[in-house]
Design a protein around this ligand. Structure first.
Ligand SMILES: Nc1ccn([C@@H]2O[C@H](COP(=O)(O)OP(=O)(O)OP(=O)(O)O)[C@@H](O)[C@H]2O)c(=O)n1
Ligand SMILES: C[C@](O)(CO)[C@H](O)COP(=O)(O)O
Length: 228
C-alpha cells in the first residue's frame, strides 16, 4: 500500500545536549535528518513527505535537501511546542491519501521492509506501531524506593514510524486537542478513542537518538550496515 509520510524534525534536542537541534548532527558524514529522509526517498511506496521543521531552521534544511538530492518533500509544516502539536501541523499539510506514516526524524535506522509492513497493517487495522519487547526488569518506584516489580511479559517499547488510516489519526488528534490531552506518541491518541492499535514486532536497532550515548550505538549500527 502506498502512503504519505510525516517526518518530524522540529524538536530542540535538549537531552542530546549538542548545542543545536540534533537533526543536524553528522552520522558517518551525513546529517541525521538526511539519513532518515533517505529511507523514505528510496521507498517507491512513499508518495510524498511532509517535513515538520522549526521555521528558523527551514532554509538550512532546504539547503540539505538540495545538496543530498532529496526530492520527495512535498510540503513543510511548522513545528509546535510539543511533538503532538508538530504532528497536528503536519497532518494539516498532507494531500489526503488513505495511509500516513508518522516518523521521528531522529530514527534514521528504520528499514523499508518495516515501512511496507506498517502501511499494510494500517489498511487492515486502522493503526499499527512497531515495537520491541522490553528486555529490562521494570520497577515502579515512589521516589527512590521500589513499590513494585512490573510483569514485563506484556510490555513493549514502542517506536516510530506509526502508521494510520488518515481519517482515524485526524479524528484522534482533533479529539485530543479538544480534550487538552497530550500523548508522547500518536497511537496513544487512537487508544483513547477505544480503537485498536496493532503491534508489529520491530527492530532493536531502530533507535531514536535521544541522549549522547545513543551516538555511540548509532555509529556501531551504521558500521554494521556498511558491512552488510
Ligand atoms: N515540538 C517538537 C518536539 C519533537 N519533535 C520531533 O519529534 C522527534 C522525537 O522527539 P524527541 O526525541 O523528544 O526530540 P527532541 O524534542 O528534539 O528532544 P528533547 O526532548 O531532548 O528536546 C524528533 O525527531 C523531534 O525533532 C518535533 O518535531 N517537534
Ligand atoms: C514517539 C516516540 O518515539 C515513541 O517511542 C517517543 O514517544 C517520542 O518521545 P520521547 O519523549 O522521547 O519519549
Amino acid at each position: 500500500m502506498n502512503y504519505e509520510a510525516i517526518v518530524l524534525a522540529a524538536g530542540q534536542g535538549k537531552r542530546m545536549n549538542a548545542g543545536m537541534n540534533k537533526q543536524f548532527i553528522k552520522l558517518g558524514g551525513e546529517p541525521l535528518i538526511v539519513r532518515t529522509l533517505k529511507v523514505f526517498e528510496g521507498d517507491e511506496r512513499c508518495t510524498g513527505i511532509v517535513l515538520v521543521v522549526n521555521p528558523a531552521e527551514r532554509s538550512r534544511i532546504e539547503q540539505l535537501l538540495e545538496r543530498y538530492c532529496i526530492r520527495k518533500v512535498a510540503a513543510f509544516a511548522n513545528g509546535g511546542e510539543e511533538r503532538q502539536h508538530s504532528v497536528y501541523n503536519g497532518l494539516q499539510a498532507l494531500k489526503g491519501g488513505e495511509i500516513v506514516l508518522i516518523h521521528d526524524g531522529a530514527r534514521p535506522f528504520v528499514r523499508v521492509r518495516h515501512l511496507h509492513e506498517l502501511a499494510d497493517a494500517a489498511v487492515q487495522y486502522g493503526a499499527a506501531v512497531p515495537a520491541v519487547r522490553v528486555k529490562d526488569t521494570i520497577k515502579k518506584a515512589d521516589g527512590l524506593f521500589v513499590e513494585q516489580t512490573i510483569d514485563r511479559s506484556s510490555l513493549w517499547a514502542v517506536q516510530t514510524p506509526q502508521a494510520f488510516r488518515l481519517s482515524l489519526i485526524m479524528e484522534a488528534h482533533e479529539e485530543a486537542k479538544k480534550a487538552g490531552c497530550l500523548g508522547t506518541d500518536d497511537a496513544s491518541l487512537v487508544e483513547r478513542l477505544g480503537k485498536p492499535v496493532k503491534i508489529l514486532e520491530g527492530d532493536y536497532r531502530n533507535i531514536k537518538l535521544t541522549t549522547p550515548e545513543d551516538l555511540l550505538f548509532a555509529e556501531a549500527i551504521l558500521a554494521s550496515r556498511i558491512a552488510e
